[in-house]
Design a protein around this ligand. Structure first.
Ligand SMILES: [Fe+2]
Length: 205
């Protein structure tokens, strides 16, 4: 098994991951684990110091397109957990996509508008549009709310922090055409890390 990777190798990230792993181990369900992690995640979003500027920068070449940067901060060697920042330039938006894992997602900088979709047979229905401000976060427990896209509405890049229970940048997931509902295999990658240890096929997830 590959070793855990602390790309952002700081005491703050080590302490956060340690607390998260303890919460997951002590929980009997994904929702209970999310509840236990919430205070720790809120504290991370409220801390202006822990995330260096480079992980808040857009990336010209990225799997998401539009200059959107997905920066890996930490991932477990067995692909069971990842922490990353998603940086979306002003006016840019992600493709409609899913995550295929539970976890917590919250906004660290800027503002975003998020469109949440639900599958209705072969089509997608827009079920919610919400505005996110710094400090806002939610528990993502698929299949509920797993399909979405975000766009930045602030004049600065938006930075959201994702804690998800897979190696999100490396797993094959789905991007969708919101008009037709057509889905395509999608792997976003990371700006700063390879997928040589990851890349489980969709059928393995
Ligand atoms: Fe997402």
């Amino acid at each position: 098994m590959a070793r855990d990777e602390f790309v952002l190798d700081t005491p703050a990230v080590h302490a956060f991951v340690l607390d998260v792993c303890a919460a997951i181990e002590g929980a009997v369900s994904s929702s209970e684990a999310c509840e236990a992690i919430r205070p720790r995640f809120a504290a991370l979003l409220a801390d202006p110091q822990w995330l260096p500027a480079r992980y808040q920068e857009a990336a010209a070449e990225s799997g998401m397109g539009g200059g959107i940067g997905q920066w890996l901060l930490y991932r477990a060697g067995d692909g069971s957990l990842s922490l990353f920042s998603l940086v979306v330039p002003p006016q840019a938006q992600t493709p409609v996509h899913d995550h295929l894992a539970w976890g917590l997602v919250g906004l660290y900088r800027g503002t975003q508008e998020e469109d949440v979709y639900a599958k209705r047979g072969d089509t997608l229905e827009l079920v919610e549009r919400r505005t996110l401000r710094p400090g806002d976060f939610y528990a993502l427990i698929p299949p509920r709310d797993d399909i979405h896209r975000v766009r930045t509405t602030s004049p600065v890049t938006s930075v959201s922090i994702h804690l998800l229970t897979n190696d999100t940048g490396c797993v094959w997931r789905h991007a969708y055409d919101p008009e037709s509902g057509e889905e395509k295999p999608f792997r976003s990658g990371y700006v700063n890390a390879s997928c040589k240890h990851g890349g489980r096929r969709e059928s393995d997830i």
